[in-house]
Ligand binder design. Structure first.
Ligand SMILES: [Zn+2]
Length: 144
């Protein structure tokens, strides 16, 4: 690993674990993968070995379509370590069509509440950071 050119700490990189590896492999392939319980038919995110709804251990991986809607967000003006060059930036909770929610960052949008109505349609974009590809979201269907 090489040090970043700018001063200050580097952005943290997620480290895949056995449970999360299929998710990160999906991101690397340009796919947003979540789990589905084959016992109760509900969707699960974040990745885990047991269904949080019924306790079954029969979770399969499925590919979501990459769309989401904006559920909640904050605009951060105080950067986390490594994010000084990005402020202000948007930390968001987005909801996938399957009903699961994911914490992420919004990109390609002004960090302005007037541009960020709740339920705003979004689509996933993947950004490489070190060894992993991160799922971020941008407004869908908007000319930029
Ligand atoms: Zn279940």
């Amino acid at each position: 690993m090489t040090a970043p050119a700018q001063a200050g700490p580097a952005k943290p990189e997620p480290v895949p674990t056995p449970e999360t590896r299929p998710f990160w492999e999906g991101c690397a392939a340009g796919e947003l993968r979540i789990q589905r319980c084959t016992s109760c038919d509900r969707y699960v995110f974040y990745p885990r070995p047991l269904c949080p709804h019924c306790g079954a251990g029969d979770l399969e991986w499925v590919t979501s379509d990459g769309t989401a809607t904006l559920h909640s967000y904050v605009i951060s003006h105080r950067p986390a370590p490594g994010f000084a060059g990005d402020v202000p930036y948007v930390i968001a909770v987005v909801e996938l069509p399957e009903g699961v929610r994911m914490m992420t960052n919004l990109v390609n949008v002004d960090p302005d509440p007037d541009r960020l109505p709740l339920d705003l349609p979004l689509r996933v974009v993947f950004q490489q950071r070190g060894a992993v590809s991160l799922p971020l979201f941008e407004p869908a269907g908007e000319a930029r």
